[in-house]
Design a protein around this ligand. Structure first.
Ligand SMILES: NC(=O)c1ccc[n+]([C@@H]2O[C@H](COP(=O)([O-])OP(=O)(O)OC[C@H]3O[C@@H](n4cnc5c(N)ncnc54)[C@H](OP(=O)(O)O)[C@@H]3O)[C@@H](O)[C@H]2O)c1
Length: 331
């Protein structure tokens, strides 16, 4: 895979990256996570599963990996894998996130899986934890789901601490979620500390059902912010596994075009994100090697304006999309 540069972070990334949200802990909100974890959720089993997907990703040229403090043992699995395979820091880009605390205790039925806390204290504590697990491999540290309500973009102590990390060579980014992604992104683009922009990258949900951040993403890209697309499959809704009867006509359209292109539904949906002019990297959230192989077929899709036009009918009103997403069960 030809590498790209992730905006002003200067990091080299492959167009397809791998996110570890589905691999680092037993419970997650993706559609059929329980089925993916049917082989077991003991720590050893989950580590082996994560390593198998990481090995397959590496073999196929994926060179950006994405974790977070709140993804259970994702940083631990990733750091140990990098060490075991002898992967040198300058041959791969590693991102993680701070700002959510993992509270599920390895239990799928936990009442609360993660708690948001964007305070300076949590930033400093989680940075130390990420450093312990990832060491010099950590390239990019992102605010996890920055929002206007959390006040993180208005907290001078947090912004100054992030700028201190930036000035010592760690790239700083933020991830976004919810119907206000575009608004928060525009706000973040303008934040400067010490006479220089703070954020080098933004990780944003964009997919065929929820493309509303597109214009803000173009602006961010033009301002030098590297764009990482997450949830390109709408948490599994844009895959063959979506058996919601209300989605059937839209799945039929996706299947029809995927068949014409001799590809899979998930690859087609990922290709839609890959072809956006502002995209640096699209995350695969594959939970196993088979899903990754299917996702990777996105790289071979011959995308045309006619396909984009036919698929534009899939978009949902953002409020409806985010309502559906917040109703997804941890499983
Ligand atoms: N706020 C944030 O910062 C934030 C939020 C979310 C995600 N992320 C990042 O983005 C990455 C990707 O997001 P995501 O995993 O949440 O969402 P996603 O990419 O939209 O969905 C990935 C899921 O789709 C399903 N899938 C993929 N390929 C498939 C196939 N071939 N057949 C059937 N199902 C398939 C799997 O779920 P099932 O098998 O379980 O159905 C997989 O876990 C994460 O790993 C994380 O790094 C960040």
């Amino acid at each position: 895979m030809l590498q790209r540069i992730l905006g002003r972070t200067g990091l080299a990334v492959s167009p397809l990256g791998l996110g570890l949200a589905a691999l680092g802990r037993p419970g997650y909100i993706n559609l059929d996570h329980a089925r993916d974890m049917a082989g077991g959720t003991e720590v050893e089993v989950m580590r082996a599963r994560a390593w198998a997907v990481l090995d397959a990703a590496w073999a196929r040229g994926i060179r950006y990996f994405d974790a977070a403090r709140s993804y259970g043992r994702a940083e631990e699995f990733l750091g140990a894998w990098l060490a075991a395979r002898g992967i040198a820091p300058d041959t791969v880009s590693i991102g993680s996130k701070w700002g959510y605390i993992y509270t599920a205790g390895w239990r799928v039925e936990a009442e609360v899986h993660e708690v948001k806390d964007h305070s300076l204290e949590v930033l400093q504590r989680q940075r130390a934890e990420s450093d312990t697990l990832l060491g010099p491999q950590l390239d990019l540290y992102q605010i996890h789901s920055a929002s206007l309500e959390s006040g993180v973009l208005d907290d001078p102590t947090v912004l100054a601490e992030l700028a201190r990390y930036r000035d010592s060579g760690l790239a700083i980014g933020l991830s976004l979620s919810g119907p206000q992604q575009a608004e928060v992104l525009r706000r973040a683009i303008g934040i400067e500390v010490g006479g220089a922009p703070l954020f080098g990258s933004a990780q944003v949900t964009w997919n065929l059902l929820e493309p509303s951040a597109g214009e803000a993403l173009r602006e961010a890209h033009e301002a030098g912010v590297g764009i990482i697309v997450k949830e390109a499959l709408a948490n599994g809704r844009l895959t063959d596994r979506n058996d919601d009867p209300a989605f059937a006509p839209r799945l039929a359209l996706l299947r029809e075009i995927a068949a014409e292109q001799q590809t899979t539904v998930d690859a087609l949906a990922i290709a839609a994100a890959l072809t956006q002019p502002w995209t640096s990297v699209v995350l695969s959230g594959a939970a196993n090697v088979e899903q990754l192989a299917s996702n990777l077929r996105a790289l071979d899709v011959f995308w045309t304006d006619a396909i984009a036009e036919r698929l534009s009918s899939l978009a949902e009103p953002p409020e409806a999309y985010w309502q559906t997403r917040s109703a997804l069960d941890w499983n």
